[in-house]
Design a binder for this molecule. Structure first.
Ligand SMILES: [Zn+2]
Length: 225
């Protein structure tokens, strides 16, 4: 009864092709899953191609999907972020996590941390899309996840930290590690939704490295190609 009530408002249609979904399918039909433009970077070892534009030492830089303007991934990301379907991010994270696990990545990571969202964006959207993707990865890889370790600093904190960070002239985003003990020596997978310039990931990575994190890798849901 309740399920019928729900489907009145959320008919079970594929989020990308809008065709009907089978009972076993969730958000995206099997054909669309198959057709998603995957980068397959986790197989082809692109870790050494620094398309992230990140100037810090890292082990892997992985993106699940290719973000093409007006393509399937853009449609999916829009549903995910702006139409309030955070569960899509979780589902995509689980699928990617399963792909990564198949190639042994669970043995390369100790901790999964999502990039925190700006406080005003969080209020506006009600959720951090990277949390859901990172949680999905964690569930499939069986690697711990936490969204309580990194925070974006507020303006006043930015000013007090100015001296220490002044040398990173291009850093626009300022992050704080709230629990340094939990990152020391750990192989951290830093997770974001779409990679654009890489400056956010870079800034967060620098903060983690300053806090003594052992090894860094990056994973994003999509990369603009
Ligand atoms: Zn479909």
């Amino acid at each position: 009864m309740f399920q019928d009530f729900i489907s009145l408002f959320f008919p079970n249609c594929c989020f990308t092709c809008e065709g009907p979904l089978l009972k076993s399918e969730e958000y995206i039909c099997t054909k669309c899953i198959y057709d998603l433009p995957k980068t397959n970077e986790h197989i082809e070892q692109p870790a050494f191609q620094n398309h992230f534009g990140v100037h810090v030492n890292f082990k892997y830089a992985l993106s699940y999907l290719k973000f093409i303007k007006k393509g399937k991934v853009q449609k999916l990301m829009h549903k995910f972020k702006y139409d309030h379907f955070p569960e899509i991010g979780n589902t995509l994270g689980k699928w990617y996590g399963a792909d990564l696990k198949e190639h042994g990545y669970q043995n390369e990571i100790d901790l999964i941390l999502p990039i925190p969202l700006h406080e005003n964006k969080l209020k506006q959207r009600g959720f951090n899309q990277s949390d859901f993707f990172a949680l999905g990865l964690s569930q499939s890889l069986d690697v711990p996840f936490s969204n309580k370790i990194i925070a974006r600093s507020t303006k006043s904190e930015t000013q007090t930290k100015k001296g220490r960070l002044a040398r990173w002239k291009n850093v626009k985003e300022i992050f704080l590690v709230l629990d340094e003990l939990s990152v020391i020596g750990k192989r951290v997978l830093l997770v974001d939704d779409v990679i654009t310039t890489g400056s956010t990931l870079e800034s967060c990575a620098l903060t983690l490295q300053e806090s003594g994190c052992g090894e860094l890798s990056f994973a994003t849901l999509a990369v603009a190609k």
